[in-house]
Design a protein around this ligand. Structure first.
Ligand code: SAM
Length: 326
């Protein structure tokens, strides 16, 4: 019997398993991390292709079945099974991750892997089709979203293989896709909280212009609060490259980026900030924000069309003006 809550959909098509292993580009020297090995259909071929497999499985019955399957075979001494929730355990060293995962952990798992050090070569993972298409979406694509931008900040992502639901037992409700994720090398001085703060605001209404997004009262008031706090601390003119501690802190990545499988867009607009005569400070701050947008020529652009480098540039301009997102 299978557990729906654990996303237990077993791959039953051996040709598909072969194809996934082949496309993974596993070397005979590789330590492979597998997440959710289940009954071990993929595990077996991974053991044949690489040096060893470390498999993390949450369900004790599956762990037992897996151990029973390889017991007494030459493969068993190259397999290590860790029983536990992959989101809660410390990951061991690995060269490559290959996995058919339960879809409910897609987003937190992706960012847990991308925060893992030392960097691994690649992760080849089965996702729900729509999640996969979001991961690889480019500016201008319908599914381009915060998930796309944040993932692609940290990794090169490519679509490897479409997988229909009938390759699984029991079949899931949705189609799937296998995606290849290759972490980028050293990332440079990016403050992830700042980065995600900006991207989150921009994609809350991704089809509106950046100008109208940053005229929203709610957005301005958050940014102004940050601004005043930092000014009070006399930190507002600090260059982003001074943020080395933050820049290198990838440990919080999972929590920061982990909740973003879908972008909210309630379609509603906040009222534009009304400037009463008495509120010169607020008007000044709004002007400061709009000056940044004009300087970078972002006012009339839309998030759905902005590339990685544009967000990076926009963040740098904001920071230069003392405007911060965390
Ligand atoms: N890899 C097998 C296959 O392809 O046939 C099974 C894949 S099935 C989609 C997902 C597996 O992940 C199940 O065995 C389930 O028990 C396990 N699992 C679910 N949540 C998990 C978690 N948080 N940590 C580790 N394993 C988990």
């Amino acid at each position: 019997s299978f557990h729906k809550s654990k996303g237990q959909h077993i791959l039953k098509n051996p040709l598909l398993v072969d194809s996934i292993v082949q496309k993974s580009g596993i070397k005979s020297t590789d330590v492979i991390l597998e997440i959710g090995p289940g009954t071990g259909n993929l595990t077996k071929k991974l053991l044949e292709a690489g040096k060893s497999v470390i498999a993390v499985e949450v369900d004790p019955r599956m762990v037992l079945e897996l151990q029973r399957r390889f017991q007494g075979t030459p493969l068993s001494n190259r397999l290590k099974v860790i029983q536990g929730d992959v989101l809660k355990c410390d990951l061991p060293y690995f060269d490559i991750c290959v996995a058919n995962i339960p879809y409910q952990i897609s987003s937190p798992l992706t960012f847990k892997l991308l925060a893992h050090r030392p960097l691994f070569r690649a992760a080849v993972i089965m996702f729900q089709r729509e999640f996969a298409m979001r991961l690889v979406a480019q500016p201008g694509d319908t599914l381009y979203c915060r998930l796309s931008v944040n993932t692609q900040l940290l990794a090169r992502v490519s679509h490897l293989l479409k997988v229909g639901k009938n390759n699984f037992r029991p079949p899931p409700k949705v189609d799937s896709s296998v995606v290849r994720i290759e972490p980028r090398g050293p990332l440079g001085p990016v403050n992830f909280k700042e980065w995600d703060g900006l991207v989150r605001i921009c994609f809350n209404r991704k089809n509106k212009t950046i100008g109208s997004i940053f005229r929203q009262k709610s957005v301005l008031s958050i940014l102004e609060k940050n601004y005043r706090t930092l000014q009070a601390l006399q930190l507002s003119e600090k260059a982003p490259s001074d943020d080395m501690e933050m820049a290198l802190d990838v440990s919080a990545l999972g929590e920061t980026f982990g909740d973003l499988s879908v972008d909210a867009d309630d379609g509603k607009d906040d009222d534009e900030m009304e400037v009463d005569d008495g509120d010169a400070k607020r008007a000044d701050f709004k002007e400061r924000v709009l000056t940044v947008l004009k300087e970078g020529k972002y006012e009339d652009k839309r998030s759905s069309k902005l590339a990685q480098a544009d967000f990076m540039h926009l963040l740098a301009l904001f920071n230069k003006a003392g405007i911060h997102f965390s």
